[in-house]
Design a protein around this ligand. Structure first.
Ligand code: UTP
Length: 297
């Protein structure tokens, strides 16, 4: 099969309950790290990996997300008139060409697997990426780009993986490892949210995938899985059961779980400290906070 990966699915139809009440009216993916919404980080990562077609699986109440990618001619004209060229550049970098984004609806939040399967007709017969925007990954070379390069060698299905503590495995899809070769892990099984103490390894699957259309066909036969949801992990695990290759890729980079409050706050601090214009003032503030807390103890 052709190994060029030019389409990516962004499942953004979840309810985002962990950020209520904010997500009552603001989609989680529009929430900002410093000054950029989560979705912008995901789009930039996909572009860096050579993605040309962007498929968003959305739901009720996500119109702010669709608006975000529209052109803003009035704003651009105002910035141009006032000579704010740097801001103009930042704004223009968010523009997406007409015809490159498709939005489709998941009518009911039946799970991540179901959301991905909604895009089946748009995928056709080629490999595709899946990016969960609430996993933000700071990396020198974008995580998806690293995976696309590895995928050129391996084919099969590929998931991003990282070590987590034994206490955390029950929150993730977890790989059962057959063999390891550098960053590439060959999987002989995969289980979603294993009960405490039953995980086959500490290698958790996080929100980047390169999949084949065959994985989408597997949704015809799998039912609801962990938590009563239709799970992407189960459709990928079905590949292993059918004797086809599934690989984990130990990416190089720092992943932040921006679907959780603690992860979102950690990412905010890390991305703020990475910005030249903020670093000194923000680091001084953090040091002061730390010192005040220690003094109080
Ligand atoms: P999460 O498990 O983080 O769920 O979904 P959530 O609804 O976004 O957030 P919480 O747990 O209620 O706070 C992981 C990814 O899968 C998408 C989400 O939008 C997110 O990108 N998803 C999940 C769907 O698109 N549809 C679903 O039915 C479930």
């Amino acid at each position: 099969m052709n190994r060029k990966v030019s389409k990516a699915i962004f499942p953004v139809a979840g309810l985002g309950t962990r950020f209520l009440p904010a997500t009552k009216s603001v989609p989680k993916e529009i929430m900002t790290l410093v000054d950029r919404p989560l979705i912008q980080y995901a789009i930039d990562e996909a572009r860096a990996a050579g993605i040309e077609d962007f498929i968003f699986v959305t739901s009720r109440g996500k119109s702010a997300l669709e608006d975000y990618f529209d052109l803003a001619p009035d704003l651009e004209a105002a910035l141009e008139r006032s000579g704010k060229t740097e801001l103009l550049e930042i704004l223009r970098n968010t523009n997406m060409d007409s015809g490159t984004i498709a939005y489709l609806r998941q009518h009911k939040a039946l799970g991540l697997g179901h959301a991905v399967s909604c895009a089946r007709k748009l995928i056709g017969d080629e490999p595709f990426a899946v990016i969960l925007p609430d996993d933000v990954i700071a990396a020198e070379k974008s995580c998806l780009q690293q995976m696309v390069e590895a995928y050129q060698e391996t084919g099969g299905a590929m998931v991003a993986t990282m070590e987590v503590s034994s206490a955390q495995t029950s929150s993730y899809g977890v790989l059962d490892v057959a063999t390891e070769n550098g960053r590439i892990v060959s999987a002989k099984g995969m289980v979603e949210k294993p009960a405490q103490g039953t995980a086959p390894s500490n290698l958790a699957v996080i929100g980047r995938y390169i999949l084949t259309p065959q994985v989408l066909s597997n949704f015809d036969t799998i039912g609801r899985g962990a938590g009563g949801e239709i799970q992407l992990t189960d459709a990928i695990a079905a590949e292993i059961d059918a004797g086809r290759d599934v690989f984990g890729y130990r990416f190089d980079g720092q992943r932040y779980d921006c679907g959780s409050k603690a992860g979102f706050l950690q990412a905010t601090v890390a991305f703020a400290l990475a910005r030249d214009e903020l670093r000194d003032e923000f680091a001084a503030f953090l040091n002061e906070m730390h010192a005040t807390k220690q003094a109080a103890q």
